[in-house]
Design a protein around this ligand. Sequence first.
Ligand SMILES: Nc1nc2c(ncn2[C@@H]2O[C@H](COP(=O)(O)OP(=O)(O)OP(=O)(O)O)[C@@H](O)[C@H]2O)c(=O)[nH]1
Ligand SMILES: [Mg+2]
Ligand SMILES: [Zn+2]
Length: 283
Amino acid sequence: MNGKIIKIISNLMTVEADNKLYECKPRGKFYHQKLTPLVGDNVVIDERNNYILEIKERKNHLNRPSIANVDACIIVTSVKEPDISLLLLDKILCLIISHKIEPIICFTKVDLLNEKEKKEFIKIYNYYESIGIPVVTNEELEKLDKFIENKTLVLTGQTGAGKSSLLNRLNPEFNLNTQEISKALGRGVHTTRHTEMFKYKTSFISDTPGFSSLDLSNLTKENIRNSFIEFGFECKYKDCFHQKEQGCMVIERVNNGDILKERYDNYLKLVMENESSRIIYKK
Ligand SMILES: Nc1nc2c(ncn2[C@@H]2O[C@H](COP(=O)(O)OP(=O)(O)OP(=O)(O)O)[C@@H](O)[C@H]2O)c(=O)[nH]1
Ligand SMILES: [Mg+2]
Ligand SMILES: [Zn+2]
């Protein structure tokens, strides 16, 4: 029978197969093959004797948290408490796109904005949507449903951003722990700890924050540039890094308001952060 590992607690793996759950143990041969089953693994099980017989080839896997076969990542971004940070959002987008994982932005806490702030926010929402990234708020669950259909997803975002709350909105039966922001920040750790996936309609979603390490040092300058998908390839020099080059169309489009200035500034910051992290690494 085909299934998917959705939870691992030491040597006991919960496998979802045909809408039922099976507590399985892995076959000894995986140990000899140095193959560690991961949450997200697609497996073949012997449902009578509760054994995992085979682990199917992985599409990809993340470290910290260890999750296999991730199609998309929902970047949960609060617009207040904690305040919106486009630098953090652009950095996460950069990591996700460089890992060839599809990004989905989900803004939360829009209810906390005043009218003026809401206008600013709508501009930001529309901008990210206009460059081709799927964007929703946590009040647009039907729109979100379409983006996540048939996918294996991880959530990411700051502690207190509303990741667990989002899953509870999708299905109150998940009944996940959520926490007041002040308490969460006071402890300085995520409320959510062990790796587990939830079946939601045709999707599997993990509440364990993906990309817990927001380290850009493994990326190249090209990775960072290419992850800013709206920059395009219209500059005079084919390999333009859009910094000070002559005939740079990106700089021109920033100046005429076609590219969000803040996003371009974040691009420059990420390139600088990437360069200095590599200088430290080389020493
Ligand atoms: N006003 C408002 N509060 C929200 C919204 N979404 C979440 N919250 C609150 O924000 C706080 C933190 O939410 P959580 O869902 O625990 O945040 P989290 O991202 O799972 O945090 P960690 O597990 O610590 O990483 C809770 O008190 C939620 O009730 C929202 O859309 N509006
Ligand atoms: Mg949580
Ligand atoms: Zn350029």
